[in-house]
Write a protein that binds this ligand. Structure first.
Ligand code: 9D3
Length: 237
């Protein structure tokens, strides 16, 4: 799967994607991640990419021409690509959106700075995403978040073949608590059941923990989960 990024700060992407799981996936050729400097698509001696807003107000707006030229170039290189604009007004990114995006052959991410894009750029993209209701300084970190979440769904990227299917949020519940050695840490003990070797009991315990944690910490997820899976006989909620 190919990821292409249009940004005024392409260097931001090099360190995160050269490390660990994503870095290995790039080395193996399972995914490709390329960045393109938006300024290169701007004209004139100073290659200006921003301008003052019509109607007045604070801050600057991304000029449409460089962004449009960049998008055209990416569409020429990757005709099958879905072009995604990263913006606070976009669709809320989540695990279901990640699975959807992972079904594409290529994705192009357009990252903005300043107060945002000229409105007319929206007509040239296929989707708009936000990663949550908080204000960041640009679309680069959000694009990295989306690329990371999508890339790990590409077959072969995670070492363990089953890992992506066992994710929290993929079955609608939070994860059960994890423990490793030592069996006692600063006076806190690993639950006895995990040392029992009885895998039927362990599975039941983990499932109960998932349900209790979700109910307590994420009532929103719990309500969704209960609407999809009506309570079964003998399981009290
Ligand atoms: C004062 C109005 N601001 C909108 C909330 C302007 C503005 C602030 C910050 C416009 C863009 C930005 C930079 N953020 C992004 O480009 C961005 C973003 C984000 O800030 N939060 C969550 N997801 C995203 S996706 C792109």
């Amino acid at each position: 799967m190919q990821f292409a990024v249009l940004s005024l700060f392409p260097e931001m992407f090099s360190s995160p994607f050269s490390q660990s799981i994503i870095g290995k996936a790039v080395e193996k050729g399972l995914i490709g991640i390329e960045t393109h400097q938006l300024r290169d698509y701007a004209e004139g001696r100073h290659q200006v990419t921003d301008d003052t807003p019509y109607g007045g107000g604070d801050g600057m707006v991304m000029k449409p021409e460089p962004v449009w030229r960049g998008i055209q170039d990416m569409r020429q290189r990757y005709p099958q690509a879905k072009v995604v604009l990263m913006t606070p007004q976009g669709r809320m990114f989540n695990q279901a959106e990640a699975r959807h995006l992972a079904s594409h052959e290529a994705l192009v991410f357009v990252c903005g700075r300043y107060e945002g894009f000229d409105e007319r750029i929206r007509s040239y993209v296929d989707a708009e995403y936000s990663i949550g209701d908080y204000v960041l300084t640009g679309g680069e970190l959000p694009a990295m978040v989306v690329i990371d979440a999508v890339a790990r769904l590409v077959p072969g990227v995670l070492g363990n073949a089953g890992s992506a299917g066992q994710d929290s949020h993929s079955d609608g519940l939070l994860e059960f608590p994890h423990y490793t050695r030592p069996v006692e840490f600063n006076g806190q003990h690993v639950p006895e059941i995990l040392l029992s070797g009885n895998h039927a009991h362990i599975d039941a315990w983990r499932n109960k923990q998932q349900r209790e944690r979700t109910k307590a910490r994420r009532p929103d997820l719990w309500q969704q989960y209960m609407q999809q899976q009506p309570p079964q006989d003998g399981i009290k909620d």
